[in-house]
Design a protein around this ligand. Structure first.
Ligand code: AMP
Ligand code: MG
Length: 325
């Protein structure tokens, strides 16, 4: 976290028992209704597009290495032994998505809890929480452009429907007029061009400039994102929205054994944690897929315009703060 990112004046979200005035409770109620509507609307869109809804897992041998990701800042990883084997709290369901979409569920989504014990100094960024939920989806044979179209449709539908059906709640939190219809297709920008223009602060600079969502492509990160080894370009993307910036990350995926091994070795990833997908890739059973994960609290944070996305959680998970519930 850079100092510029931190907002020292931010009021940290309260736990439910600390909400005492009618005004505080009415605000929390309106946000809760917006969360419910958002989940219903997004899942309906995916089901209509023929996706299967998978229930999430919480503990697993394989989870997201979150490395190398320029934005990762993890204080501690949760690993325990069960039945004599080490398992980890899920940081994301990426590995499960790759296997699921390659085998039984060619179009899948899940609403998955992710546990990432962010460093305590991220408590006041307003956009980091240590438990959050991703609408994580994956499609066999899809290209990045296919994923853009799915996300653009889902989010444009959501905002349009919210303004129609939840006007009362949006007005109650003074957000109705500030929430604009989304203009698709969203603009696409290349990370290299942004770095050339803004330098290392490109993320904050672009967030400050936009009033509509933008795709940012070609970002160096984890082994499972697709990289063209001849040009070194990454076929991946983030979706940036005003206020909180990145709300979604995704990519076309690696599925070839040699590339996966080469990148794991380059990144110092522990191969023994990924032996299943390595074996499937070796046998040609890992299929080309593409997908993304949308942070639910970040998108609801954008919709509601809260100062801290933990305000959208019934039980706030602010880095550095552990409430009893
Ligand atoms: P990532 O796998 O890190 O790209 O995360 C996918 C999405 O989850 C991001 O685009 C965010 O919307 C959301 N996300 C990631 N980390 C956090 C966090 N600490 N707090 C809230 N949302 C997060
Ligand atoms: Mg990301």
């Amino acid at each position: 976290m850079t100092l510029k990112e931190e907002n020292p004046t931010i009021n940290l979200p309260k736990s439910l028992d600390q909400l005492t005035t009618t005004q505080e409770i009415e605000r929390k109620t309106a946000i809760g209704k917006i969360v419910t509507y958002t989940l219903k609307n997004l899942t309906t869109t995916y089901i209509k597009e023929d996706f299967q809804w998978l229930l999430p897992v919480v503990l697993s041998q394989s989870t997201d290495p979150l490395w190398p990701d320029p934005n990762a800042s993890i204080e501690k990883r949760i690993e325990i032994d069960i039945y004599g084997k080490p398992v980890r709290a899920m940081t994301s369901m990426i590995v499960h998505k790759l296997v699921g979409a390659s085998t039984v569920y060619p179009k899948l989504f899940t609403l998955a809890p992710n546990i990432r014990i962010e460093k305590a100094d991220r408590g006041k960024t307003g956009k980091h929480i240590y438990e959050f939920t991703q609408l994580d989806f994956e499609v066999q044979g899809a290209t990045s452009k296919d994923i853009f179209a799915i996300v653009e449709k889902a989010l444009s539908t959501l905002i349009k429907d919210l303004k129609k059906d939840l006007k009362h709640e949006l007005l109650a939190i003074d957000r109705f007029d500030a929430l604009f219809a989304l203009e698709s297709p969203f603009k696409i920008l290349d990370r290299e061009d942004l770095e050339a223009k803004y330098g290392s602060t490109w993320e904050e600079d672009i967030v400050a400039e936009i009033s509509q969502p933008v795709w940012i492509t070609n970002i160096p990160r984890e082994f499972y994102d697709f990289q063209d080894f001849t040009t070194s370009r990454w076929d991946n993307y983030d979706l940036f929205m005003p206020q909180f910036g990145e709300v979604l990350s995704g990519s076309k995926r690696e599925y070839e054994y040699n590339k996966i091994i080469e990148k794991m070795e380059q990144h110092g990833v522990r191969k023994e944690n990924y032996s299943l997908i390595i074996q499937m890739a070796k046998e040609g059973r890992l299929k080309p897929t593409a997908g993304a994960g949308l942070g639910i609290e970040r998108i609801v944070g954008y919709i509601t315009g809260v100062r801290h996305i933990a305000e959208c959680q019934p039980f706030p998970r602010v880095p550095g703060i552990v409430h009893q519930l």
